[in-house]
Every structure is written in C-alpha cells, then in structure tokens.
Ligand binder design. Structure first.
Ligand SMILES: Nc1ncnc2c1ncn2[C@@H]1O[C@H](COP(=O)(O)OP(=O)(O)OP(=O)(O)O)[C@@H](O)[C@H]1O
Ligand SMILES: [Mg+2]
Length: 240
C-alpha cells in the first residue's frame, strides 16, 4: 500500500500588501504525496509554485488549511521539534540556492550534516560532486561560482542528508542539459530507494518523466496527471 508522507488540505495563502490590499497566492489547494513517488509541479511564473512548496514543507505557514508531514502538523511544533524535522526528515533545494557566501563550497555542502552532528565523509562529497560534473574547487567560495555550480552545491547539500522527503524548487533551472539529466537521475534514484521527491519545474518535458504532475494556475490546482504527455501539460497550463 502507498505510504502517504504529506497531506495538504484546503490551504490558502494570503499576503497583505502595503496598499492595504490582500492578495491570495494559494487558493484552496489540496493534495497528497507518497513515499516512492516523484511528483512534479508546473505552472506559469507567479502561479504560486514556490509558495506551495514552502507551505507544504513547513517553511511558510498558510493562512488557512492544514499541512501534515509524516502525520505531524509542522506548524504546531515547538521550535526545537521544527529544527529536528528540518534536519532529519525533509530536504529543501531552494530556487535561489540559499548558500552561505562566507563559507567555501565544501562547508556549504556539509553544513546540514555538521548542524545535525553527523559524520562527514569527504570521499562521498567528492564522488557526488564528480558525478554531477562539478568542476570548481571545493575550497573556493560559493560567491565565485556560476549559477549552475551554485545549483549543484544546493542539490548536493540536500542529497547528502538522506532526507526521505525532498522539495526541489527548479533544481535544474540553471544547469546544462547533460547536468539536468544527471540531477534528474539522482533524484529518481532517491525515489526508487523510498523517498518522496516533489519538484517544481518550468521544464515540461522533465515533468513528464515524473510519476505524477500537478498543474498550478493563479494559486489553484488546475489538474493532476499521472504520467502526462507534454501536450497534456501545455494544454492544462495554457487553458484560459
Ligand atoms: N510575500 C509576498 N508578498 C507579496 N506577494 C508575494 C509574496 N510572495 C509571493 N508573492 C506573489 O505571489 C505570486 C506567486 O509567487 P511564487 O513565488 O509562489 O510563484 P512561482 O510560481 O514560484 O513563480 P516562478 O515560476 O517565477 O518562480 C507572485 O505573483 C508573487 O509576486
Ligand atoms: Mg518559484
């Protein structure tokens, strides 16, 4: 039987603008995600994809509705429990990478491991970076890296934590097509080992290689597809 690891029930996210207006970024969104599942989220820029990913991962509390991660509401935890969940259960690959500029590449990659007191296997880091064709020096500072290199650091940082639920916001947006395939395959192999990967992407073709794809439009789920074709997704997103 499928093991549900995330459940999102009727979430809405509103933000107050300085003009005293309130905008609804997410509007009554419900979905579930399972272990052994690669789920993708596609939709136009500004449709709420990053907001949905942050809301469902415990990083941004929705205005209304409920999120459950492994049977726990992440927004009702004490701060120490929240930190524990973020360190051990979930991994988040940010669209904007969220690296620490003052630290070298290697230290950025192993930061979550250091924070949770885990052993650092230098060889495993080197191997993973080689696998991703990361050519820069692991001792250089991340500020000097290209966008694609920063993205690989952000991905490695999460992959090494062995988190069972991984949120990936545009994880291949800045890399070349060869690296894109390598990264996709790394994520796929985590899914095959029992993880749940939820990936936001602008790459429709890549989305069709995942198990299920959700299309988001104006903060609402338009459709949820199982193994869609490129044309299905394009039609769903472009539907007026
Ligand atoms: N804190 C905020 N205050 C005001 N508006 C916000 C806030 N956060 C997000 N928005 C707006 O909500 C909408 C959805 O943002 P979000 O970042 O989730 O979109 P997205 O689908 O991830 O877009 P992209 O594909 O460009 O990354 C956008 O119009 C954005 O400007
Ligand atoms: Mg986004």
């Amino acid at each position: 039987m499928k093991k549900k690891v995330i459940s999102v029930d009727n979430i809405t996210k509103e933000v107050a603008l300085s003009t005293n207006k309130t905008i609804k970024i997410l509007n009554n969104v419900s979905l579930a995600a399972y272990a052994n599942e690669f789920l993708s989220i596609v939709g136009p820029s500004g449709s709420g994809k990053s907001t949905l990913l942050k809301s469902m991962s415990g990083l941004m509390q929705p205005t209304a509705g409920k999120v459950t991660i492994n049977a726990t509401d992440p927004y009702r935890l004490r701060p120490s429990q929240t930190a524990k969940m973020r360190r051990h259960e979930i991994g988040f690959i940010f669209q904007s990478y969220n690296l620490v500029p003052a630290l070298p590449v290697f230290e950025n990659i192993v930061l979550p491991l250091r924070l949770s007191g885990q052993k650092i296997d230098r060889q495993a880091v080197v191997q993973l970076m080689d696998k991703m064709n990361f050519a820069a020096d692991l001792n250089s500072f991340v500020a000097n890296l290209s966008g694609g290199e920063k993205q690989k650091v952000a991905i490695a940082r999460v992959l090494l934590t062995k988190a069972k639920i991984i949120f990936a916001d545009e994880p291949t947006g800045a890399v070349d097509s060869a690296s894109k395939e390598i990264i996709f395959n790394l994520l796929r192999s985590l899914v095959d080992q029992g993880a749940c990967v939820i990936m936001v992407t602008h790459d429709i073709e890549l989305a069709t290689k995942t198990d299920r794809t959700l299309t988001l439009k104006d903060g609402k789920i338009e459709q949820i597809f199982t193994k869609p074709k490129v044309e299905d997704l394009l039609a769903s997103i472009e539907k007026g």
